[in-house]
Every structure is written in C-alpha cells, then in structure tokens.
Design a protein around this ligand. Structure first.
Ligand SMILES: NC(=O)C1=CN([C@@H]2O[C@H](COP(=O)(O)OP(=O)(O)OC[C@H]3O[C@@H](n4cnc5c(N)ncnc54)[C@H](OP(=O)(O)O)[C@@H]3O)[C@@H](O)[C@H]2O)C=CC1
Ligand SMILES: CC(=O)N[C@@H](CCC(=O)OP(=O)(O)O)C(=O)O
Length: 346
C-alpha cells in the first residue's frame, strides 16, 4: 500500500481526489494538508465525506512528507506548486501537480501566467500527464504536470488527426464550454448563481492560459510549423462537465467512417477514450462523474471542415481522475485501478 497526501485539501479538485482515492486498492490517503483549515476534520466543511476516516487536516511540513509519504497531489492554485514541487526533486516521492505551473516553457509561463516560472530543473523533470499520449515519459519520472481541463479534451480530440495529417494545422477553432466547478470553490461575481443561472458567457477571450498549453502539445504532434488555435471558452449553468466542439480544415478528403476508424485504432489500448459511432456525438452527461473522454466526429463535405466534439468531466478526467490514472501508470498498475466506475446518469 502506498501512502498519499493531498495539498490544497479543501479545494474542489482535492475533494474529488478524496472521493476517488477512497476506493483505490493500492493507495491509502494518509494526510490532507490545508493552509486555511488545518486542525479541522474535512467533514466539518464537506459533510458528504462524513464516513471518511482520517485524522484532522494538517499544516504543510515538507520534510515530514518526504519521510512518510510516497505520493503527493498538489491541488493548489498556479503559483504555489512550483515552490512545493521543487522540494520533491531527487526524492522518492511521486508528485502530481494539478495546476498550470509545470505545463509551459519558462517564457510562455511568464507571458500567460505573468509570474516567475518554475526552476529549469523542475520543468525538465516534469512529464506532461496526458496519459493516453505521454505514457512512456510518465513511466520514467516522479514529477507529473497534470493537464488543464480544456487541453485534456482538446488534445485527445486533435492529436490523432494532426499526427496522421488529416487536418491542417492552421485555422483550428475551438468552442469550449465548462461547468462552474472549473473555477474552484471560491465564489465570485462571475460565478454567482444569479449571474450564471440561465446564462452563457464567453470569458478570457484571447487570453486563456490554456491557449499556449494546447498549442505547445499540438505542435509536438505535427511536423508542421508551430500550431496556433483560436479558443473561446464559455461558462455555462452546470456544476460539472466540459465540452469542446472543434472545427479544423481537412488536409485531404476523408469520410466520417474513416475518421472514426482512425480514432478507434489510435485509442484501441486506451480504456478511457470512447469513440462515438458515425452520426453520433457525446454530451457532457455521458461522462459525468467518470474518467471517460467521449469523442464524436463529422466530416462536413460542403465546407471541407472536420467537426469534432470531445466531452469530459472537468473534475475527473480534467483533474483528479487523470492524476490518479498517471499515478497508476507510474507505479505499473493497470491504468483503470480505482477508476473503473461508470458515469452518473441522468
Ligand atoms: N476545478 C477544476 O475543474 C480544475 C482545476 N485544476 C487546477 O487544480 C488546482 C486546484 O483547483 P481547484 O480545486 O478547482 O481550486 P480551489 O480554489 O477549489 O482549491 C484550491 C485550494 O488550494 C489551497 N490554496 C489556495 N490558495 C493557496 C495558497 N496561496 N497556498 C497554498 N494553498 C492554497 C486552498 O485549500 P486549503 O486552504 O485547504 O489549503 C484551496 O481550497 C488549480 O491549480 C486548478 O487550476 C485543473 C483542472 C481542472
Ligand atoms: C470555469 C473556469 O474558470 N474554469 C477554469 C479552468 C481552470 C483549469 O482547468 O485549471 P488550470 O488553471 O489548472 O489550467 C478556466 O477556464 O480558467
């Protein structure tokens, strides 16, 4: 049994990690670290975790974690993890950072996050945890940079197409929609019920921190010059769930059946990717509460565009679920360990 700790213990990604780790056969959640509520039990804030038997949340003591813990999940905001994760370099602790701190080059991080980047040695060591694509690199490191929620849905939908020269790397448009839990637990004027209820709002247009992340990893999947995308994210009146509808110009004519077959072949070893039949598209409820990413595609002959829809649960495949999937791969366990449950429906 490996011992795990979660840092940022009272946040939304952390409580999703607690839920998922509860049924993991090889991981015991030994510590929850909270800067704001140490000394309290997690179920004082979250009564749904009332049967969860664990000691009170604790303050962060890095040396104690290094001595007592095998796996650390950093469920903290961007800017925090790069300092903490550096302490685990050259130790035996496996560290998964759920924030954006280790996903970009130093220059891009400075530009898009307007903050000092992580040390070069930490960036060098961190493997990007898009499990289906970077499995071999994930097996070879102790530091994982877990992908952002939009990049997870986008990259799983587009990488097979770019790698196989099906779509043009220029002119890719992404229409993203997300539930409000993506913004974390602290409410704001933008996430207030009366603002979000019966409302759809585009946000962070042209400035979303996931744009450089998507471009970086799409660029690695094609020999073409660096890929640029247009991404517009929308906040929709839903708690969980994320959908990216994407439009990409075809490089060569291909019919929808062949696109579907290409995806099926690309993901034949990937337990969490489900490809829809020709003519069918996923919806967010199809993946709710699960680690699945469901993908549908359609070739629009009239416009020579490929239309792709990719749906995930932002808190599971977009955060906590993928983090556990990566830990499974790092430890040589079946990637489905602790994650093989069906979505909640309706
Ligand atoms: N929500 C989502 O769908 C997704 C989130 N992520 C990323 O995962 C990380 C966590 O997100 P999420 O759970 O939504 O965020 P939340 O805001 O819900 O939780 C973050 C937690 O981090 C702790 N924290 C806050 N500020 C600091 C600080 N300055 N220093 C140390 N700890 C701090 C707090 O917990 P405490 O006081 O208990 O320590 C807080 O509750 C973020 O980096 C986010 O970008 C990634 C993919 C999807
Ligand atoms: C609704 C909402 O605000 N969602 C967040 C999702 C952030 C996320 O997935 O995490 P990282 O910051 O770790 O990339 C956003 O779009 O920025």
């Amino acid at each position: 049994m490996k011992k795990a700790a979660i840092i940022g213990g009272t946040g939304y990604s952390a409580i999703e990690l607690i839920r998922l780790l509860d049924s993991h056969p090889y991981i015991e959640l030994a510590k929850i670290i909270s800067q704001s509520q140490h000394g309290e039990l997690i179920d004082e804030t979250y009564p749904h975790l009332a049967t969860y038997l664990i000691q009170p949340m604790q303050e962060l003591h890095i040396q104690q974690l290094i001595q007592e813990i095998d796996i650390v999940f950093l469920a903290t905001p961007a800017g925090v993890a790069k300092e903490i994760a550096a302490s685990f370099l050259d130790t035996s602790v496996q560290c998964i950072d759920l924030s954006g701190d280790l996903r970009l080059s130093s220059d891009d991080y400075q530009t898009w996050y307007q903050n000092k980047p992580a040390s070069p040695s930490l960036l060098e060591e961190a493997a990007y945890g898009l499990t289906e694509v970077y499995k071999e690199k994930i097996k070879q490191t102790n530091i994982i940079s877990n992908p952002g929620c939009f990049p997870t849905a986008v990259l799983l939908g587009l990488i097979p197409l770019l790698e196989n020269n099906i779509i043009d790397s220029k002119g890719i448009m992404i229409d993203g929609k997300t539930g409000i839990s993506g913004a974390g637990k602290n409410p704001s004027a933008k996430t207030h019920f009366s603002t979000t209820n019966e409302n759809v709002t585009p946000y962070k247009i042209g400035t979303h921190q996931h744009i450089p992340e998507i471009e970086k990893y799409l660029s690695q999947s094609t020999e073409a010059t660096s890929v640029k995308v247009t991404l517009t994210t929308h906040l929709i009146p839903m708690t969980r769930g994320l959908m990216c509808t994407m439009y990409a110009p075809l490089q060569q004519y291909i019919d929808t059946d062949d696109v579907i077959n290409l995806y099926k072949h690309y993901y034949e070893q990937s337990s969490f990717i489900r490809i829809r039949k020709t003519g069918e598209f996923p919806s967010t409820k199809d993946v709710n509460g699960s680690n699945y990413c469901d993908i549908g595609a359609y070739v629009d002959k009239r416009t020579n565009q490929l239309i792709i829809a990719s749906a995930i649960d932002n808190l599971v495949k977009g955060a906590a679920g993928q983090a556990i999937q990566n830990i499974n791969v790092m430890n040589g366990w079946d990637e489905k360990t602790g994650l093989s449950f069906l979505p909640i429906y309706p």
